[in-house]
Design a binder for this molecule. Structure first.
Ligand code: NAP
Length: 306
């Protein structure tokens, strides 16, 4: 029986673990399928306070984990496959193994969104990717395409210019959601080409088990055309990892946890932290702050209960 289990090991989960461990709660952190969270898929983090020269994303989360372990947090591999939040202690399963905890901090984050095309799904790992830092290297000397219009799309495109002959950004609108600084950087890079007002309707060629091109459709007039490329990188946002809590926790229509004030969910003793609830800010620093709040609220609850 644990006093606290933290689900997720990104910025939110590890910050919660640091605070809980320092409060002697001996938290167990279940790392999840993407251990370390979204920062493990990024390169330089330039906006996390305290690192004026920037820090590599994987390095930052690894340091947080070490900090939590130093105070007695335990990390274990695996992902929660089932949860019963109907009474305390709360029950979680990792496959057949059952765990129990007095408090839970859900910091399971969000995962990359896909377009949902059958041809796209058939080619994941064969030229279709949601992680330029993981897979960009494989497309050295080839043309690649990034879909999306946010900061992630700009970041991925800029990173890919290190390897690719050219990088085409395909975006479904004329205006970009990306911040001005990221957009300006991408616009200043000669290797980046732009196709706006277009969506991907098909990825070729699942039979060849490789990406050879895309079918694009104009959102203005519906016309379709072929676009040659060797890889497709998706940067179209994220979906929260809350499937195992459906029907138990209050979730909004997109699956994000609905906050009941502070770090509280609708179930006393279950707290949220980070991108699993935050659909607005989604930053490393806000996730870390949310992890801190969740741990402090859980600690106060346990203390009040004696
Ligand atoms: P985002 O800001 O939500 O942008 C997602 C983009 O994908 C939007 O341009 C959206 O188009 C497009 N999109 C969504 N669904 C689509 C679909 N089915 N087909 C085609 N396009 C689709 O997500 P993000 O870029 O991942 O950024 C998330 C957060 O992380 C933001 O707060 C961002 O600032 C932050 N971030 C910061 C940095 C940095 O500062 N270095 C780097 C990466 C991310 P519409 O615009 O038309 O909706």
């Amino acid at each position: 029986m644990y006093e606290m289990i933290v689900i997720g090991s990104g910025c939110a989960g590890s910050t919660a673990a640091i605070y809980a461990a320092r409060a002697s709660l001996k938290p167990l952190v279940i790392e999840g399928l993407e251990a370390g969270g979204q920062l493990t898929l990024t390169t330089d983090v330039e906006n996390y306070p305290g690192f004026p020269e920037g820090i590599m994303g994987p390095d930052l989360v690894d340091r947080m984990k070490q900090q939590a372990q130093r105070f007695g947090a335990t990390y274990r591999h695996g992902a929660v496959t089932r949860a019963d939040l109907s009474s305390r202690p709360f029950k979680l399963w990792i496959g057949d193994e059952q765990l129990e905890a007095q408090t839970l901090i859900i910091a399971s984050g969000a995962s990359a969104r896909w377009l949902g095309l059958p041809s796209e799904q058939a080619l994941v790992g064969h030229g279709v990717s949601s992680c330029a830092t993981c897979d960009g290297f494989f497309f050295r000397g080839q043309p690649v395409t990034v879909v999306g219009g946010g900061d992630s799309a700009m970041e991925e495109a800029l990173f890919l210019t290190k390897f690719a002959t050219d990088v085409t950004i395909v975006h479904r609108r004329e205006e970009f959601r990306a911040s001005k600084i990221m957009l300006d950087r991408a616009r200043a890079n000669d290797k980046i080409k732009w196709i706006t007002n277009a969506t991907v309707t098909e990825v070729a060629d699942p039979e060849a088990k490789a990406v050879t091109g895309l079918k694009l459709r104009s959102t203005a007039n519906g016309k379709e055309w072929d676009h040659k490329t060797s890889a497709l990188f998706l940067a179209i946002g994220h979906v929260p990892n809350t499937d195992v809590f459906k029907g138990q926790l209050d979730l909004d229509e997109q699956g994000y946890i609905v906050s009941h004030g502070g770090a509280r969910t609708n179930i006393p003793g279950v707290f949220h932290a980070g991108d699993v609830e935050d659909r607005v800010y989604r930053q490393a620093i806000t996730a870390a702050g949310a992890g801190c709040k969740a741990a402090m609220e859980a600690e106060r609850l346990l203390e009040a209960e004696g």
